[in-house]
Ligand binder design. Structure first.
Ligand SMILES: [Zn+2]
Length: 278
């Protein structure tokens, strides 16, 4: 089983899918390969550190979180090796880089942000750029000559068949529950909540510095790990209530798309830990 989370920013994964990935890991152990791809260099999102310093810290924080979570991590780069900045538009280089990264990993499942259905929904521009890119590249995953201008091969007469994955949308708090069609199922992540705490705690430049400053998240810097757990649990409860799930354990929610391979309910129930349909 190979699962891949593609997101815009360092720390996005921890807030939308880390609990589910940990449940996969607990169940499959060495039978799981999990990977996170971050599509920006993260350097814009800080208020007092230089862009160079921020990019360096963010990379180190995600690398530490990856060790804690036992997953592979890649910062996406253009065909010429340069990472992508934030607040940028969808480009051919982004499509090409995603195409190459997905083909190289050959996942069974991809997790990525959703696109808004309601034009009144607020969005994070980087999140919808990544969502749009994954959607546009999905058909091309098994088109071996699609981006050979960017990634030439020695012999175009030989191609490897690449499985097209099932593609799921994660929850996007910028869009909220009203901006998208809504999730199809939820996973109870109480059994893996400690991993969410530990992995998200690695992103100190975000949770203690940037996110409280930008003021979108009603956050104050957590004094210690216990305060961070409390804040995370309150956030999880707000998300449940936004989704109309009522009070209960923390959940991660996912929507099935038709961007890639179609998955039956039976397949999802077989592959996913503790699925609850909505
Ligand atoms: Zn983000």
């Amino acid at each position: 089983m190979r699962i891949l989370c593609i997101h815009a920013h360092f720390d996005d994964f921890e807030f939308v899918a880390a609990g589910t990935f940990e449940l996969f890991r607990q169940r499959l152990q060495s039978g799981l390969e999990a990977k996170i791809i971050v599509c920006t260099d993260g350097r814009s999102g800080h208020q007092f550190r230089t862009r160079e310093e921020t990019a360096r810290i963010r990379l180190a924080e995600q690398s530490t979180a990856a060790r804690v979570g036992g997953y592979q991590f890649e910062r996406l780069a253009r065909p010429d090796g340069r990472p992508f900045g934030e607040a940028r538009l969808l480009t051919n280089d982004l499509l090409a880089a995603l195409w190459k990264a997905i083909r190289d990993f050959e996942p069974d499942y991809i997790f990525c942000p959703p696109l808004p259905e309601d034009s009144r929904a607020g969005v994070h521009p980087d999140h919808i750029t990544v969502a749009e890119a994954v959607r546009r590249v999905a058909y091309m995953i098994n088109v071996p000559h699609a981006f050979l201008d960017e990634y030439p091969v020695a012999d175009e007469s030989v191609s490897r068949w690449i499985k097209t994955p099932v593609i799921l949308n994660t929850y996007d708090s910028y869009m909220g529950a009203n901006g998208s069609r809504g999730p199809d199922f939820w996973v109870d992540v109480e059994p893996s909540f400690n991993q969410i705490i530990q992995q998200s705690w690695c992103h100190q430049s975000q949770i203690s510095e940037w996110l409280p400053w930008i003021g979108r998240h009603n956050m104050s810097p957590p004094a210690d790990l216990a305060a961070w757990e409390k804040a995370l649990r309150e956030r999880a409860m707000r998300q449940r209530l936004d989704l109309g799930l009522g009070e209960g354990p923390p959940v991660e929610v996912f929507a099935l798309t038709q961007w890639g391979e179609l998955a039956s309910r039976e397949q999802i129930e077989k592959d996913f830990p503790a699925v609850h349909w909505l």
